[in-house]
Write a protein that binds this ligand. Structure first.
Ligand code: C5P
Length: 398
């Protein structure tokens, strides 16, 4: 419930992307926000107020002459209770209106009379987007501290291809959540490892583990939301890269180690979430290992992989290091031991079989003061809690 207690005015202007705003409304309410929909006349040509009312659970406003407000002041009152106004889609025409301060319908009047932040998600044909008039207007929106989300590039409903598509609803939701997050790590450079590693045995087989990457990706997203510059070194995982995060994909522990070491001098905070394979096969076969018709299974010798976290934490000038530890039993005992062995100020311990692949997690934080168990929560909420814990420790250290 990332947007719990947030009250949002969601404005829709005329454009085919209005169909995406139905989904956006759903996502916003699921995230805990109350959503007051306001539509321009043109928007009602694309999607009905009935649909938007059903999804938001509130009556929709379309006219500045709407008398439902007791004082007949919908154009003022609707935005006074809001934490933000989001206009998605925002047409080229409406951008021009915002720039010139026109107030000839309910939504434009709300925008000019607002006391809260305004976020806009433009949506228009690529030629309309490229037009110098739109680009001039866009520069003015930036100057007026209106947050512009997107647009995306790609195929458009009109059959053309280019920049101007409205961001997908999930990306708009992400940007709104980021907007409301306190910027606890503003300006900090954060390096994160995530996911499993894959150690080949031959060209078609290898060793890996059950890590999904969800926790590490959630930490990367939370760090980006808190204003950090985030680089994510990811083992094999199909997860999408969080917005604003730079991602390097690797396969093996050695590749992950090399990628980390290449960045570490430019890093303020290193968070090792990856489940790194402790061993690799000594001699990787160049060809697929075949059954030889006899009952003798192949035998492998293993060599130890570098312990990336340990290496980083033992550098002469290490960044602030955070480790994760998945234990199968006696978390309390092993967690503190591991923190000291790895030489990290903060270690996040969990019971691995109950964490790998799931959307939620229950962890204990280990630091010099002892062990602090946290309640079970979804990985995104946990990631945010962790970022706050790190930020607090950095402030104490600074
Ligand atoms: O020793 P263990 O594998 O339980 O330690 C877990 C922590 O160490 C995690 O933060 C993990 O990302 C990190 N690690 C590492 N390189 C390894 C093994 C673990 O960075 N080779």
């Amino acid at each position: 419930m990332d947007l719990l207690n947030k009250h949002l005015v969601l404005g829709l202007t005329g454009g085919i992307a209005c169909y995406k705003s139905a989904q956006l409304t759903r996502l916003l309410t699921q995230a805990g926000a109350t959503v007051q929909v306001v539509m321009t006349d043109a928007a009602t040509q694309f999607i009905t107020p009935v649909t938007m009312q059903a999804l938001s659970g509130r009556p929709v406003y379309t006219s500045q002459w709407d008398a439902r407000m007791s004082n007949n002041m919908a154009h003022i009152d609707l935005s006074r209770a809001a934490d933000a106004i989001i206009i998605a889609p925002t047409s080229a025409d409406f951008i021009a209106k915002l720039v010139h301060g026109l107030a000839d319908d309910l939504l434009s009047t709300l925008a000019i009379g607002r006391t809260c932040p305004l976020l806009v998600a433009p949506a228009m044909n690529q030629q309309m987007w490229q037009n110098p008039a739109t680009q001039r207007n866009l520069a003015q929106l930036h100057a007026d501290k209106i947050l512009v989300l997107g647009p995306d590039a790609g195929s458009q409903a009109c059959g053309e291809t280019g920049a101007g598509r409205m961001l997908e609803p999930t990306a708009i939701l992400d940007a709104i959540m980021a907007f409301f997050q306190p910027k606890l790590l503003a300006g900090k450079r954060v390096l994160i490892t995530a996911g499993p590693t894959y150690e080949p045995i031959d060209p078609v087989r290898g060793l890996t583990n059950r890590s999904s990457g969800k926790m590490g990706f959630a930490v990367a997203r939370a760090a980006a939301h808190s204003g950090a510059q985030v680089r994510l070194i990811a083992g094999p995982t199909p997860l999408a890269t969080p917005a604003g995060v730079i991602r390097d994909d690797v396969q093996t522990a050695q590749q992950m180690c090399d990628a980390v070491m290449a960045e570490i001098a430019e890093t303020d905070i290193f968070i090792a979430v990856a489940a790194v394979s402790d061993w690799r096969v000594d001699q990787v076969s160049m060809e697929k290992i075949k059954k030889n018709g006899e009952a003798i299974a192949p035998r492998f010798t293993f060599v130890e992989n570098p312990d990336i976290l340990r290496l980083v934490a033992h550098l002469p000038k290490p960044p602030f290091c955070v480790g994760f530890a998945a234990e199968s039993e006696e978390l309390e005992k092993h967690g503190q031991e591991k923190r000291l062995r790895k030489n990290v100020p903060l270690l996040v311990g969990n019971l691995g079989p109950k964490a790998f692949g799931y959307d939620d997690n229950e962890v204990t934080l280990f630091d010099a003061t002892g062990a602090t168990p946290l309640p079970r929560m979804d990985k995104q909420a946990l990631a945010r809690t962790l970022i706050a814990e790190i930020a607090q420790r950095l402030t104490v250290k600074d």
